[in-house]
Design a protein around this ligand. Structure first.
Ligand code: URA
Ligand code: SF4
Length: 189
């Protein structure tokens, strides 16, 4: 996919996708939202119920926490970044996405990365981190540093649902990861 390939066109392609069994359960494809030329991109796991109904990633409780943390640590809202998931359709009963579903959906994420061409990608939780970092290590092991990729930096952090569950230390480490991303972006407050 060439840099600058129209994201809206990709989204139109994805809207009718039946490449994996998740297509049978969704209300709609949740492709991604935000600035199509963002320097910063977030990648989550999969749409949940709220996202499936509203058609936008991270609009439920996890998303509200994420938006708040990003505003507090980076000083920006969704007009300044792009946000998407590893799989674009909601798994039934919020089960984990399966390897074949992740593989089937991966070209959309790769196309989003190529089109947006961000400088920093923050992966939220194990699914996005394992996929993009091509590692089997868990998020707790790999977070705390940035990884240079092909023209961009990967900053792994926890999924906000983990911070909702555990609070305290996880939340503090998420904030530290966001500050790491801010430094890489050269954003100053
Ligand atoms: N969790 C995710 O990983 N993605 C969403 O869009 C919502 C919740
Ligand atoms: Fe297509 Fe991805 Fe939805 Fe599967 S999850 S149907 S590959 S858009």
């Amino acid at each position: 996919m060439a840099p600058g390939t129209d994201l809206a066109e990709l989204a139109r392609d994805a809207a009718g996708c039946t490449k994996c069994p998740l297509s049978a359960h969704r209300t709609q494809v949740v492709f991604g939202v935000g600035d199509p030329h963002a320097d910063l991109m977030f990648v989550g796991e999969a749409p949940g119920r709220d996202e499936d109904l509203q058609g936008e990633p991270f609009v439920g409780r996890s998303g509200k926490l994420l938006d708040r943390l990003v505003l507090e640590e980076l000083g920006v809202d969704r007009s300044r970044f792009y946000i998407a998931n590893v799989v674009k359709c909601r798994p039934p009963d919020n089960r984990d996405p399966k390897p074949d579903e992740i593989a089937a959906c991966r070209p959309y994420l790769e196309a989003q990365l190529a089109s947006i061409a961000p400088t920093v990608v923050i992966t939220l939780g194990n699914f996005a981190t394992k996929l993009l970092l091509e590692t089997d290590l868990g998020i707790t092991k790999v977070r705390g540093q940035a990884y240079p990729m092909d023209g961009w930096q990967l900053v792994p952090t926890y999924h906000p649902a983990a911070a909702l569950r555990s609070g305290g230390v996880v939340l503090a480490e998420m904030r530290a990861d966001l500050i790491r991303a801010k430094q890489l972006l050269g954003w100053h407050s």
